[in-house]
Design a protein around this ligand. Structure first.
Ligand SMILES: [Fe+2]
Ligand SMILES: [Fe+2]
Length: 240
């Protein structure tokens, strides 16, 4: 008989493994330098579909950089990685006779898993901070609309990835480039965050930071690495 608190063998084996937190954890000085580099770098030339998405976000959640808007962005940000994982995992099935090829495809699956987990910590941290420090949207704008956006974006990413992976990588590079620049600007808009430590719910998973400013710098740096990953894969989009 199992008690309510029983943990199965797989759950207990996985729970002690470190989660996929920040992609590359940086110390304060590097975080400041990388944020300055992000702020100074030109934006990518965004595709039509990326611009449409940013316009929808501005229309629904305002042009102001609110934590609530970042929360919605993070919810949408995970879904291309989920779509890619799904497509690549199915593709592994058809590579059984070519072990090296299968391994390369599976490496794409693993990268997509790490990327979506990283975005998930961003999302949970934004949920936490927006609840504490920001006005919340109502149920429809705060819960239903983001789910609809995420669902539509998942379908678009999945479809592009099946038809022409480079399109999906390009759209994601645009999305991540936008996120990187928006986080860099957000930190500049909040000098008061330099002296507020981050000791929230997710320090075990994403680390503790001397300041909220550094936490947001780390997230912005993650966004840059997501962008760079997609830029590399844009040029070499097939599983080769
Ligand atoms: Fe993110
Ligand atoms: Fe992102």
């Amino acid at each position: 008989m199992t008690s309510a608190a029983a943990v199965g063998p797989i759950s207990s084996a996985v729970v002690d493994r470190p989660p996929f937190g920040p992609i590359e954890r940086l110390a304060h000085d590097r975080l400041v330098a990388e944020q300055r580099a992000s702020a100074a770098s030109p934006r990518r030339s965004y595709s039509l579909s990326a611009r449409a998405l940013f316009t929808i976000m501005d229309t629904l959640y305002g042009k102001e950089r609110s934590l609530e808007k970042f929360r919605v962005l993070e919810l949408v940000a995970r879904v291309p990685y989920q779509a890619w994982e799904n497509v690549a995992y199915v593709a592994v099935t058809h590579t059984a006779r070519q072990p090296n090829f299968a391994r390369r495809v599976f490496n794409r699956v693993r990268a997509a898993r790490w990327e979506q987990d990283n975005e998930q910590w961003h999302l949970l941290i934004m949920e936490e901070l927006a609840a504490k420090r920001d006005r919340r949207s109502g149920f429809v704008r705060g819960r239903i609309v983001p789910q609809v956006l995420a669902f539509a974006y998942y379908q678009l990413s999945w479809f592009m990835y099946v038809i022409r992976p480079a399109w999906s990588y390009r759209l994601n590079a645009d999305f991540e480039d936008h996120a990187e620049h928006e986080y860099a600007a957000l930190v500049d808009e909040h000098p008061e965050w330099e002296t507020i430590p981050y000791d929230g719910e997710f320090t075990q998973d994403f680390g503790s930071y001397e300041s909220l400013a550094d936490l947001f710098r780390q997230i912005g740096y993650d966004e840059r690495l997501h962008k760079e990953e997609s830029e590399v894969n844009m040029v070499d989009p097939r599983f080769v």
